[in-house]
Design a protein around this ligand. Sequence first.
Ligand code: FES
Length: 171
Amino acid sequence: MCSRTLIGEETPSQDAKMLSPEERQEIEAELARYPAKQAVTIDALLIVQKHRGWVSDETLKDLAAFLGMTVEDLDGVATFYNLIFRKPVGRHVVTVCDSVSCWIMGYEKIRRRLTKDLGIELGQTTSDGRFTLLPIVCLGTCDHAPAMMVGRDLYRDLTPEKLQGILEKYR
Ligand code: FES
């Protein structure tokens, strides 16, 4: 039986609060390319996420201090950019487009099959930590709707029948 974990349930052991030397080094390499620290905000968040899987409140505070920004401003960027995860996520994040073209072309059938096959609702993570399922706005491939991404991989012209084979690729 599949128990569920809301992505809002934080796991403290997953997060060392302070930026690691490696993260700082990678962010500094980005900083060298831009005139202002704030210009690397999204890149810096993505670097942290690459190392930790998500960006905790504590890490956000440390990163804001490092970039000379307020926590509120940095959180505003992180919250606006929907591929920055502010809560723990699974090994693979499935983002399914719920914007208008996908909606018209069968989003609801795709969502229903995904939630059935994964045993979770949107916003949840499977108990084995394999998948997190999230909605996302237009992926920019409306002429091949409905569409979704698994991590960085884009899948288009989806049908419910194609989903099982796609998910099987991700262990
Ligand atoms: S509406 Fe889904 S890709 Fe544009």
